[in-house]
Write a protein that binds this ligand. Sequence first.
Ligand SMILES: Nc1ncnc2c1ncn2[C@@H]1O[C@H](COP(=O)(O)OP(=O)(O)OP(=O)(O)O)[C@@H](O)[C@H]1O
Length: 692
Amino acid sequence: MPSFSAGASSQKQQFARGRQLIRQQRKSLPIASVEKRLVEEVRNNDTLIIVGETGSGKTTQLPQFLYDGGLCQDGKVIGITQPRRVAAVTVAKRVAEECNDHIGKKVGYSIRFDDSTSNATRIKYMTDGLLLREALLDPLLSKYSVIVVDEAHERTVHTDVLLGLLKKVQHSRANTNKNGKTLLGHSQNVTIKECQGIRCAPLKLIIMSASLDAKCFSDYFGGAKAVHIQGRQYPVDILYTYQPESDYMDATLVTIFQIHLEEGPGDILAFLTGQEEIESLERLIHERARLFPPESSKICVTPIYSSLPSEQQMNAFKPAPAGTRKVVLATNIAETSVTIPGIKYVIDPGMVKARAYNPVTGMESLIIIPVSKAQALQRSGRAGREGPGKCFRLFQESEFDKLVDSTVPEIKRCNLSNVVLQLKALGIDDIIGFDFMEKPSRTAILKSLEQLILLGALTDDYKLSDPVGHQMARLPLDPMYSKSLIVSSKFKCLEEMLIVVSMLSVESIFFSVREKLEEARAARKRFESSEGDHITLVNVYRGAAECLEKSRNANAKEKTMEKALNRWCRENFINYRSLRHARDVHRQIQGHVQQMGLSMSSCGDDMVLFRRCLTSAFFLNAAMRQPDGSYRALATGQSVQIHPSSVLFRTKVDCVIFNELVRTTQNYIKNLTRIDPLWLAELAPQYYATEE
Ligand SMILES: Nc1ncnc2c1ncn2[C@@H]1O[C@H](COP(=O)(O)OP(=O)(O)OP(=O)(O)O)[C@@H](O)[C@H]1O
């Protein structure tokens, strides 16, 4: 059938209709009626807390109001931080569209490894982690007139550090105004020097969310004013189950099909806890959908989770093909801020994967726990954004009442090494005395200081070491991974370590399907190394690189090469999405290490050298086999088991290093490599050597 395109005049009409629609939508948002008042409040208060229902227009409208109200004079920028990359990108694109402009001009976004701003950008969406990094170079954040910390209720570790830092910056800028000279940190010369002589207008700070405890934030900011925006755009019906659900995955599957068969048009958004759950549910949906007669309406599934490459994440935001119902399977990255077009139904099983930390042992792990009331509210708020919606909570109403109001701030349940390293790099020396909104425990801070000294990032008197500490602070990675790259450059195996760090930053490189378990096992055998998972991952990455090299040599175009890689992945039961993401991360980190001047080198087939290097980097995560067959983590004394996904599962190696501890029914260690226990004292004498 021939395809037709609209003529120029009809295109113009369509465009005008689109603009008209956006204008109407903006006008109908609850926040629109209080525009003047909000701008006034921001003028009159240096710090303001804004609370308003999900979808009331806070994230997209407030920055535009402030821009129109003249708060970007003198080329200053309004910065809006988001806890998640996907929100920063999609909201910025929407606001650019509302401003009838291209992204990167008046409105832009900046996230790690992806900057879409220019000198013309006045409204800048970014992740909170990125603003922290900017503060390393510009301690007064002098280009910003206003900073909006959005979704502050999430209390991610970055948000909490940022709040403490912004409080300090506000104070410093006020003082700079008076004396023309200020001091942000207590001891770092660079910071003092850079701040001298800069005169900045006071920094306006706005804390925003649909579900935050305004009093708690107001107290922290010296009695800051809180403003409540009334009203929501569309109603969302909340439905609960009559009975408790024992298997939330199965309950989600059943609910998806119940909606598909019984409810009117509209897309579905279901929240799961991680990539593995999402991929397994995706398969189950496809299997069940095949049982329907071919003429019935179709389902199209799009996953969205943090380790999915950005352009694949964006598929969730595209409309489903005509006659199809879109089912978005998401982790909590789609829980706040985002508007996914088409979504009318939300399914919330009420569970989330969260970080947990034991400050005494210093061990961090991931556990699946019930969501908080604030999270449940945010999830239901993803419906009702373009029309009335429904939220199916897969638990009883009485269970909802038992949920905690808000999640324990991440800063209280994570390893603080990264936070401490960043604060040190910002010139803040007294970590225990730092004005955190909620102080992490003293034990946790001391533990991380100790870890950073052991990793060589801090000197014995708690100063950032030169060059290692400074280099580690520049890498956007967990300190242990940053250290592994620096160490590997000395061991002359940076190439291999770069692969390992990239592959470890994605979930589930291997996959298998129930009907093809044997085939998958055989395929995996081709990559397996009896030395452990790290070398196995290197083998997979190199196998993929060889496949790409072959098609490059055959002069294939980029698209054809990707297709060949996709095929190779399928044949080898490798997760194509994860591998692509790993290649992406690889490219980005490679850029960083090259900038730092680390020399690229490969150990070739000398895997003893590489295992020694792994030992030297991850010595804090070593475990020894016990007579009963279990393992004991040497740093913490915890009893652990090898995870069934490891190539070393069911082997009897004496000593291993590992990268991850997962707590389910027991403590499992994942991503292991066999090492010689004698290497520990030799390569990490600061930790293992005993006095003679
Ligand atoms: N990408 C988009 N496509 C279509 N409509 C959108 C889009 N982004 C926002 N909207 C519309 O703008 C409204 C306001 O969105 P906004 O993100 O500003 O609300 P919010 O108050 O910040 O919500 P939340 O607290 O959930 O982040 C949405 O409810 C929706 O109607």
